[in-house]
Design a protein around this ligand. Structure first.
Ligand SMILES: C[S@@+](CC[C@H](N)C(=O)[O-])C[C@H]1O[C@@H](n2cnc3c(N)ncnc32)[C@H](O)[C@@H]1O
Length: 236
C-alpha cells in the first residue's frame, strides 16, 4: 500500500531531513518563504500544521507567538518535531487520509499543509476536514508540487489523469524511493473550491537569492519554470 511505503520512506529520511531542513534550498529558500508570505499576522492565532514533518514551519510560527498543533504520518518526523519545539506546540502521528476526529469544529484560524498533499490519491476528505476544523473565514494555506512541473518531470502522457508516480531522492544520504500522486491543475483547484473554500491568492514561486549560492543549476531552472505552487484559500 502506498501509504505504508510513504511512512517507511519518511521514517528513514527523518533524521537527515531534520538536519538539512533549515538550509535545504528547495525548502528554505523556495517553498517556505513563499508559503509563509501568504500568512498575515499569526500572533496569538491557532494553526494546524498538517504533514508537519520535523516541525520547521512550526518552529517559525511558534517564534511568532502562534499556537501550533502539528501532525504527520511518520512517527520519526514527529519525534524530531517535538525535539525541535521542546515544550511548545502539540505534535502527534496521524494520517491525512483519516478524519481528524481528535480536533473540534471551528477551532483553528489557519490550516497549513506544506508539500504533503501530493502523497494522497484523493484530497477531498482532507480538505473537508480542514474546512470543518477552521473557524469562520479561516485560511487554508498550502504548497504543492506544480502540476505542470510534475507532468514534465514524470514524463506523463495522460495530463488529465490522477496517477501514481515515483522517484528516487538522493539528496538525503542513502537513496530513498518516494511514491506520490500527480494530478492535473483543475483537479487540485476543484478539490479546494468544491469543498467549501474560495481561492484568494495563488503564487508560482521564485527562489530567493540565497538559493543561488547553494545550487546554481536549480536556481536557474526555477527562475525559468516553477516546481511548486502556493495557495491561500478562505473558508466560505
Ligand atoms: C516533503 S515533507 C514536508 C514536511 C513539512 N510540511 C515541511 O514543509 O517542512 C512531506 C511530509 O508529509 C508527510 N506525509 C506524507 N503522507 C502523509 C499522510 N498521508 N498523512 C500525514 N502526513 C503525511 C511525510 O511524512 C512528510 O513528513
Amino acid at each position: 500500500m502506498n501509504r505504508e511505503k510513504i511512512r517507511k520512506a519518511y521514517n528513514e529520511l527523518a533524521e537527515s531531513y531534520n538536519k538539512l531542513i533549515d538550509h535545504k534550498p528547495h525548502n528554505a529558500y523556495y517553498d517556505r518563504p513563499n508559503t509563509l508570505s501568504l500568512f498575515e499576522s499569526v500572533k496569538n492565532k491557532s494553526i494546524l500544521d498538517a504533514g508537519c514533518g520535523p516541525g520547521k514551519y512550526a518552529e517559525i510560527l511558534l517564534s511568532q507567538d502562534a499556537q501550533v498543533t502539528g501532525f504527520d504520518l511518520s512517527s520519526e518526523m514527529i519525534k524530531f518535531a517535538k525535539k525541535r519545539n521542546t515544550n511548545q506546540g502539540t505534535f502527534f502521528v496521524h494520517d491525512l487520509n483519516e478524519p481528524l476526529t481528535m480536533l473540534e469544529d471551528n477551532s483553528f484560524d489557519f490550516v497549513l499543509c506544506a508539500l504533503a498533499l501530493h502523497y494522497l490519491e484523493d484530497w477531498s476528505l482532507s480538505i473537508k476536514e480542514f474546512h470543518r476544523v477552521l473557524k469562520e473565514k479561516g485560511q487554508l494555506i498550502i504548497s504543492i508540487e506544480h502540476p505542470f512541473f510534475e507532468y514534465n518531470y514524470y514524463k506523463s502522457t495522460e495530463y488529465f489523469k490522477t496517477e501514481p508516480v515515483k522517484c528516487t531522492w538522493r539528496g538525503f544520504g542513502k537513496p530513498v524511493e518516494i511514491n506520490s500522486h500527480r494530478r492535473p491543475l483543475g483537479e487540485c483547484l476543484a478539490s479546494i473550491t468544491e469543498n467549501g473554500f474560495y481561492i484568494d491568492k495563488l503564487i508560482e514561486p521564485k527562489p530567493l537569492k540565497e538559493f543561488e549560492k547553494l545550487d546554481r543549476k536549480h536556481y536557474k531552472e526555477l527562475n525559468e519554470f516553477p516546481a511548486f505552487m502556493c495557495i491561500r484559500a478562505i473558508k466560505k
